[in-house]
Design a protein around this ligand. Sequence first.
Ligand code: AMP
Ligand code: ZN
Length: 495
Amino acid sequence: MTIKLTNSKTRKKEIFEPIDPNNVRMYVCGPTVYDRAHIGNARPVIVFDVLYRLLRHVYGPEHVTYVRNFTDVDDKINVRAAESGRSIREITDETTQWYLDDMRAVGAMDPDQMPRATEFIGAMISMIEGLIANGHAYAAEGHVLFSVESYKDYGKLSGRSIDDMIAGARVEVAPYKRNPMDFVLWKPSSDDLPGWESPWGRGRPGWHIECSAMSYELLGETFDIHGGGNDLMFPHHENEIAQSCCAHPQGGFARYWLHNEMLQVEGKKMSKSLGNFFTVRDLLDGHDGMPGVPGEVIRFVFLSTHYRKPMDWTAEKARIAEIQLTNWAQVIRAHPWAIAEKNLNPEKFSQSWVPVDVLAAISDDLNTSLAISQLIALSKPVLPGSGFFEPDSEEASNIRGLLAGCDILGIDLVKYLERILLKEKETQGDGRLAKLADHLFALRQAAMETKDFSAVDEMKTALLDAGVEVRMSKTGVELEPGPNFDVAKLEGLLS
Ligand code: AMP
Ligand code: ZN
């Protein structure tokens, strides 16, 4: 299968030819870890997860290396630490875990490597030393700056000339810069800020050098694909290219550059002041009186728009996606043999049954919206109400194709079906969990007064025993049926 990708470097759709089909390498810029990821941040994660799955499908899972970093040294993190009185490490550890949990919840696989910038400071210092040695960077007043005039291709990726950039820049120019566009590779740290010893004194790296150093260490001086949102094209990616190509002129750095367009909400740019800003966790758990949206639904909505087009998140799209996914889940519920076949050997199942049209669509510059339309068409003859189809019937290939097609898009239909089954169990429980949550909260409030928590603990144990996940806080109690939820064990708990 030929893969075609739109390369921002050439502004053309090109046939993807890996440097080494036995080791296809991709780097994607990851988050700065100081807060929950907003839903826009999930877009590159989902887009490049589909590309990762496609590459694994075509070249074999053991022949693909995907690296996505965590930026855990940044002024925004320092500010957050100072404001909250918490340590930087505490904040970055907590946020990193949130990020992983939230992205897994929208079906993203973990990349093969997830380096933290602070683990590669030595590599950054070496790269900066090399850049100074070959005349591309200079030290001044505890800083090290990259000299943009020393790199003739500076601005090529984003299509800007240095003169235009200078004219457009309204920033106050630091006195130690030779050219206003020169950017920081290293900066000094005062004693209260994180810092590392370096030939230029105690300091910390600039943001751009992180990705150049980590991609070099983990993927080499040249690799196949570099991705990120198109807001990163300038200056971040432009600067990564300048650093890497000057430090390793033989390498050429990344060959295919892919950029996803931005996400908006209900037709408007997401912003806190417009009240349309929310995190992935808000969406998953429910917020502002809105119910939670399952990760599979979020993913379906995202993939319904091509990655190079602006995408609008709307509640209506989520509603439609939910109906579609419910129908598909009912198809596999009616045909458990398909789930059993897949479970037997998921990789082989996917290799054999991803529909050719779906694979062709994804291979054509990740046309996930077309892939979804094809799955919709494929599922029509087997939708609920169409009857039962034996594994050797003609329609069986539609069912297998639906399951495997969803799989390569990272939509876990089996998990979605499990959600439906749990919900059904919960309704059979006659809304009992909601009543129990109120009851447990009342017990907790009373216990706060009396300091006797035995009734709270007793009820909590009984709920855990019934397979219910219990989350208690000052503001309320949340009860969620877990995978071993047993509605019968709730009997008698309310009496
Ligand atoms: P940041 O933590 O802001 O550097 O962003 C992490 C990733 O999310 C980058 O690849 C950004 O391009 C991407 N990103 C940020 N905002 C949006 C948005 N509204 N839509 C799509 N991608 C975004
Ligand atoms: Zn980067």
